[in-house]
Design a protein. Structure first.
Length: 288
């Protein structure tokens, strides 16, 4: 088990943070996030972390097959190849400091001030970051700002109503990676997303195992995934921008010329044409 970055008294840290200037608070948040990134990368290198990544890949692969565009952004600890599952080739990764950057093109900036233009990303993934983000609401607002109107927002987070959530009842575990931070329920995240005009399309659950036991990807995992039971340690939330469409009253639907028909309609179209031809022949015979 890995010691997490939030092993101090949270209330005391909040009081001390309130007396800091904006620049000092930003440096403090960067140090906390850097400690979290190091601890999570070490966790993912271990056997338990590898099991978690395997479950996440199985959840993300079918979703990413339906995500298209030019640019994707991964906001998380990194140290994985999750965005490589997407058809979007240009993937941008984030890091709280240059020492943790995985490539020269890594985005290094505060989570509340992403150095990206508005509506520039086709896919944004928050990977185990909302639990530990110092300002999670502002993080969601920034993710919504840089995402295109037709883009996809993906949140991979821990699920509190699970076996891992039961382990967090022990206060000592809440300061150990990966159990640190604040785990939010799907209902709470639904309200948070509605605040930034996003709506949840679907929630998938994975990581089904008994408390204290390793995730073995056995029959328990298969049954939980098949029926999508809300008891898994992991949850994957897919959300899109809530763009309302209002149709004016008394609006007439324009007629559109369709050059071709589908296979299911071809039989009816041909039978109708044959019926018209038969009627025209009958009229000619009566006139003759």
């Amino acid at each position: 088990m890995w010691k997490g970055p939030f092993g101090v008294n949270d209330s005391g840290a909040d009081k001390a943070s309130a007396s800091l200037t904006a620049e000092e608070r930003q440096r403090q948040h960067a140090r906390q996030l850097s400690a979290h990134v190091r601890a999570m990368r070490a966790f993912f290198e271990g056997p338990d972390g590898q099991d978690i990544l395997t479950a996440e890949r199985e959840m993300l692969a079918p979703l990413f097959e339906r995500c298209f565009g030019f640019h994707s952004l991964n906001l998380g600890p990194g140290g994985n190849d999750l965005l490589s599952l997407s058809a979007i080739r240009h993937a941008i990764h984030w890091s709280p400091e240059a020492a943790l950057a995985e490539s020269p093109s890594t985005l290094i900036c505060p989570l509340t001030q992403l150095a990206l233009p508005d509506e520039s990303m086709d896919l944004v993934m928050l990977h185990h970051l909302l639990e530990v983000a110092p300002e999670p609401h502002r993080l969601l607002r920034e993710a919504a700002r840089v995402l295109r109107s037709s883009g996809c927002l993906v949140i991979v987070a821990w699920q509190p109503l699970s076996g891992e959530g039961l382990l967090r009842l022990d206060p000592r575990r809440r300061h150990i990676t990966p159990w640190e931070g604040s785990w939010r329920t799907p209902a709470a995240l639904r309200d948070w997303l509605a605040f930034v005009d996003f709506e949840i399309e679907r929630i998938d659950y994975a990581g089904f195992h008994l408390p204290g036991l390793r995730l073995r990807h056995g029959w328990l995992e298969r049954m939980g995934r098949r029926y999508n039971l809300p008891l898994g340690s992991l949850m994957l939330i897919r959300a899109r921008r809530n763009v309302g469409y209002v149709q004016p009253l008394n609006a007439k639907r324009p007629r559109v010329a369709i050059p071709g028909v589908s296979i299911g309609q071809a039989t009816r179209v041909h039978s109708r044409e044959g019926h018209v031809k038969r009627e025209s022949r009958r009229d000619l015979s009566e006139r003759g």
